[in-house]
Design a protein around this ligand. Structure first.
Ligand SMILES: NC(=O)c1ccc[n+]([C@@H]2O[C@H](COP(=O)([O-])OP(=O)(O)OC[C@H]3O[C@@H](n4cnc5c(N)ncnc54)[C@H](O)[C@@H]3O)[C@@H](O)[C@H]2O)c1
Length: 265
């Protein structure tokens, strides 16, 4: 497949790009910063929140699918979060409709349901329950994807990623870790599974301590192979661990992240 990867210069993009190329895909990079050293593929220096600039990329490139990673992966004001996550997703979806590109894979987040209290099993049918304005942005981006899947018959897979890291660093990560290799497996399955329509999955590895349902991902062909438990001996307990275990979103669901929605001058 010829895949546009937005946010290709970021931490996930720098792993995913060679991962997809190794699996026989062609990657077209898009970011608002230049391509990292070693990335010799086509590159578009574009703000994904600018619909004209995004449309120009689609007019220039032949594309089979889009993997949308571009966005600020942390808390901000509500308007900034909406621009970073919802406006970018909408700009891409409009260009996809215009140019008949039929598949979007989106880096959503556990923070879309981050305020859900700890349960035995978190399913993908749980109600939207963001823990931050960042999470609100992810919920709204998923809603736009669902709308375009219903209106235009697009396939749109929201990967609610946990903690993408080389290795887990905290007790929470022993449940929420997504390994580099499993991330590539997750995205490739989401790109190639037949006719998913709108679908959501949890982007974590096959962690022994995981409590987010992997069945929705398995139904889409995502078969995680790694387990954070392998690193458990190296992780020291911290005072914050109990508070972080109370909700899906861990630290993002704690008072430390409370702030007003709108930055006022
Ligand atoms: N890293 C994680 O554990 C994690 C967990 C859940 C969700 N996610 C989501 O995955 C995506 C990628 O995360 P990451 O960890 O690689 O973040 P990152 O900050 O390392 O990379 C994001 C990249 O997107 C680019 N970018 C941001 N806004 C842009 C815009 N408007 N136009 C063009 N480029 C833009 C940045 O320049 C950067 O290169 C984000 O949407 C994030 O919310 C990440």
């Amino acid at each position: 497949m010829r895949v546009l990867v937005t946010g290709a210069a970021g931490s996930i993009g720098r792993v995913l790009t060679p991962g997809l190329v190794d699996r026989g895909h062609e990657v077209v990079g898009l970011d608002r910063v230049p391509a990292p050293d070693g990335n010799d593929g086509p590159w578009h220096l574009v703000d994904a929140a600018d619909p004209d600039a995004v449309a120009a990329v689609f007019a220039e490139e032949r594309l089979d699918a889009v993997v949308h990673l571009a966005g600020y992966p942390g808390e901000g004001s509500l308007p900034d979060s909406l621009t970073s996550h919802v406006v970018t997703t909408a700009a891409l979806l409009d260009a996809m409709v215009e140019h008949d590109v039929r598949r979007l894979v989106y880096a959503s987040s556990n923070h879309a349901v981050g305020r859900t209290p700890r349960t035995d099993l978190l399913t993908t049918t749980t109600r939207p329950r963001p823990d931050t304005f960042y999470g609100v942005g992810k919920v709204a981006a998923e809603a736009v994807m669902s709308l375009y899947a219903d209106r235009y018959g697009l396939d749109a897979v929201a990967c609610r990623i946990g903690s993408f890291l080389p290795e887990p660093e905290t007790v929470r990560h022993l449940s929420t870790w997504l390994s580099h290799d499993d991330c590539v497996r997750m995205v490739e399955a989401s790109l190639t599974t037949p006719a998913p329509g709108f679908a959501a999955l949890y982007g974590i590895s096959a962690n022994t301590r995981g409590w987010w349902d992997l069945e929705a991902g398995r139904a889409l062909g995502y078969d995680p192979q790694d387990d954070a438990e392998e690193f458990a001996d190296r992780i020291d307990r911290r005072d914050a661990d109990d508070a972080e275990a109370a909700h899906v979103g861990g630290p993002f669901a704690t008072e430390e992240f409370y702030r007003s929605a709108l930055d006022r001058a």
